[in-house]
Write a protein that binds this ligand. Structure first.
Ligand code: C5P
Length: 315
């Protein structure tokens, strides 16, 4: 087939713990990642040339090499020059539904879709693990976006262990349209403020074991204990982002006021989400938050957990 339409879901972090520095300059992390049904639609269409082209009508999405989806296509052409020569480049059309610069892996999931789509268009027959390894070259969240569902992510975030699906938990997401947080800034600031508490010796397993506190969350997920999952939501990056962005801290407080299972900032923010147990509750919560903060700059969505990453879209 010469064209594919793919669904590229966003992710949230149910848990994000920073253990310390890595020799490659990144941070050693323990995260629980979750796919949600807020998704972009990516169309890949063979264009009969040797030039990849990105089309997206969202003003914050670039069409050049700074777009991770474009870089994913370039990476594939470098890795598989024969297939590229035979089948040529593609037009990549992004129907953007996931907010940009939001902590929801919008760019990473678009790149993941390009890897999966080109594997099919170029008839490469790669395994999911091979596609994930290519994804890790583009960004720490790309491997998770490929496989999706519920997973424990360690290392830079690229080492994945599947966890039992939490299908059908519901949530409300909130983000100020005009606000975005730089992920490198968030990690750099965290290092400046909390670097003294980092892992003593990277590679020292005993030291690492003492630093990791994700056990109770994994246990709650294994038992699908929704109340506990809500209570155990944790994100170390809140410690630097919330003081710098009082609007985000306020959003979190507003969610807490309405008796949700729990609320948290996703990734490096600034999106905040709150977990609830039904679609009706999600809709009611959205209405309550909208009434409390009538600011037109505030965007709100209801969504639910899904058990998959990149999927071929139904026509
Ligand atoms: O991997 P990715 O390009 O998405 O990461 C964006 C930035 O987030 C990195 O440049 C780095 O500053 C920070 N980061 C980090 N440690 C990680 C993942 C990301 O310091 N494990």
């Amino acid at each position: 087939m010469r064209s594919y339409s793919l669904l590229a879901p966003a992710k949230i972090n149910l848990y994000l713990e920073i253990l310390g520095d890595r020799p490659d300059g990144y941070h050693e992390l323990v995260m629980v990642m979750q796919s949600i049904d807020l998704a972009d639609r990516i169309e890949l269409r063979a264009n009969g040339t040797d030039q990849f082209r990105v089309h997206c009508d969202h003003e914050q999405v670039p069409a050049d090499q700074s777009n991770l989806a474009y870089r994913a296509a370039e990476l594939m052409s470098q890795q598989f020059p024969e297939a590229f020569a035979r089948y040529g480049a593609v037009d990549i059309t992004i129907d953007k539904q996931i907010p940009v610069g939001a902590g929801l892996a919008g760019g990473s999931t678009n790149a993941a879709a390009v890897l999966v789509g080109l594997d099919m268009i170029w008839e490469l027959g790669l395994t999911q693990m091979e596609i994930q390894e290519l994804g890790a070259l583009l960004g720490s969240d790309v491997p998770f976006c490929i496989v999706g569902g519920t997973a424990l992510a360690t290392g830079r975030g690229e080492k994945l262990d599947g966890l039992p699906d939490l299908e059908n938990m519901h949530l409300v997401l909130a983000k100020y349209r005009s606000l975005s947080v730089s992920t490198p800034w968030a990690y750099k600031t965290y290092r400046q403020q909390f670097g003294a508490s980092y892992l003593c010796q990277p590679g020292d397993l005993e030291c690492r074991r003492q630093q990791v506190h994700s056990g109770p969350m994994i246990h709650a997920i294994a038992h699908r204990d929704e109340a506990q999952i809500g209570k155990l939501l944790h994100n170390d990056l809140e410690k630097v982002v919330l003081p710098e962005y009082p609007q985000v801290a306020n959003l979190r407080q507003v969610f807490q006021r309405f008796g949700t299972l729990g609320t948290l900032m996703s990734g490096s923010g600034p999106t905040v989400f709150a977990l609830v147990i039904s679609q009706e509750q999600a809709q009611q919560l959205l209405t309550q938050v909208r009434a409390t903060i009538p600011d037109p700059d505030l965007e709100l969505w209801t969504a639910k957990f899904i058990p998959a990453g990149i999927q071929v879209a139904k026509p």
